[in-house]
Design a protein around this ligand. Structure first.
Ligand code: AMP
Ligand code: MG
Length: 346
């Protein structure tokens, strides 16, 4: 499965009438024939297939090497598409849709049974979102299908925020990749369960907890988000994720980073530091990469995965990273760093 021809289309997201774009039309046609296509969204690149076609969905799991018990998010472009997929949304769910769609908020609903079984890993719920990206929207409209799409990376690796990342991971394993430039938010969508009276946050992301609470009042946070000993209610959250090849360590006191670096370089290791614009000139290491500015955490979200992949390219064996405040988008940044470090916090 890793030697098929992979088509590559470059599509300018600012082009008018994208639905008529030749690349979009070809890609939409392949989706209708049950193939998988990688495409840009405002969060990360997605790997999409027809959510109603079990055989097409099976190809996603094979291409990514994704465990079968990790369910997929279904992407739609029109509100009406929701009617076929989910049972009557609650009032809070409707308020959230009104406020945040299209956008990086995935909602978990009771499902109707219309999506293929392997989309939901046998659960009686389904995750749905409406992406806020012109290329994703055009592809959804041109194919006229709900598309199940996880991130377009090999399972376990950092999610792709540029077409080049997708190409590195999936070239030869998928039929086509649409290059629509780099993504916006840079972290995956927020995942929120709205099946009960009080919504439950399963995965922090581009829409912050604070923003959600400003619309529907207090929400709960799945306890497993913080502790590894709890079985997560969202199956995908139990897997190591987003990890670079080198071992990543989070360092609570950034003043201690240089000491760790020096110690391991003396042992002959190639050592990197994940720093910020404010701190990068304070360190001496084999590779120092800034993932953005502390004064603007959105820039950190945007650059984090590219920074983690950059350590891989240089063959760094140990990476010491600064940590961030958990306010706003910081909660999602720290969640991804904790997963990428497999909980190694110094
Ligand atoms: P990814 O596709 O890699 O962005 O991951 C999708 C995330 O959504 C994973 O963490 C899944 O576990 C989660 N998810 C998808 N569908 C459901 C569902 N029905 N219930 C709970 N979590 C879900
Ligand atoms: Mg993923």
């Amino acid at each position: 499965m890793n030697n098929q021809q992979t088509f590559h289309w470059t599509v300018d997201k600012n082009e008018e009438n994208l639905k008529e774009n030749q690349g979009i039309i070809e890609a939409a046609h392949l989706l209708q024939q049950g193939e998988v296509i990688a495409f840009p969204t405002e969060t990360v690149y997605g790997l999409g297939a027809n959510a109603l076609d079990e055989a097409a969905i099976a190809k996603i799991f094979i291409a990514k090497g994704r465990p079968n018990d990790n369910p997929l998010i279904v992407h739609i472009a029109r509100r009406e598409q929701l009617n076929d997929l989910v049972q009557e949304p609650s009032e809070k769910a409707r308020a959230l849709i009104e406020s945040f769609w299209p956008g990086p908020l995935t909602l978990i609903f009771k499902q109707t049974g219309s999506v293929a079984k392997n989309v939901t890993a046998g659960l009686d719920t389904v995750a749905v979102r409406m992406p806020d990206h012109p290329v994703a929207e055009a592809l959804l409209l041109a194919s006229d299908l709900p598309l199940a799409a996880p991130s377009a990376n090999l399972s376990g690796k950092p999610s792709p925020t540029a077409a080049e990342h997708v190409w590195t991971d999936l070239q030869g394993r998928v039929v086509g990749i649409i290059d629509g430039g780099s993504t916006g938010v840079g972290l995956e969508s927020t995942v929120l369960d709205v099946t009960g009276e009080i919504p439950i946050l399963f995965r922090p992301g581009g829409i912050t907890k604070e923003a959600i609470e400003s619309v529907v009042g207090p929400i709960q946070v799945d306890p497993a988000l913080k502790k590894d000993d709890q079985a997560p209610r969202s199956p995908g959250m139990k897997y190591t994720h987003y990890a670079p090849q080198g071992d990543l360590f989070l360092v609570s006191e950034k003043e201690e980073i240089q000491g760790y670096v020096d110690k391991w370089r003396l042992q002959g290791k190639m050592v990197g530091v994940l720093a910020t614009e404010e701190s990068k000139s304070n360190y001496e290491a084999d590779v120092i990469i800034s993932c953005g500015s502390r004064a603007n955490l959105a820039s950190v979200a945007n650059q984090l995965y590219d920074a983690l992949r950059a350590f891989d390219k240089k063959g760094v064996e140990l990476i010491f990273a600064e940590i961030f405040s958990e306010e706003g988008i910081g909660l999602a940044i720290m969640n991804r760093l904790e997963k990428a470090s497999a909980g190694r916090i110094l």
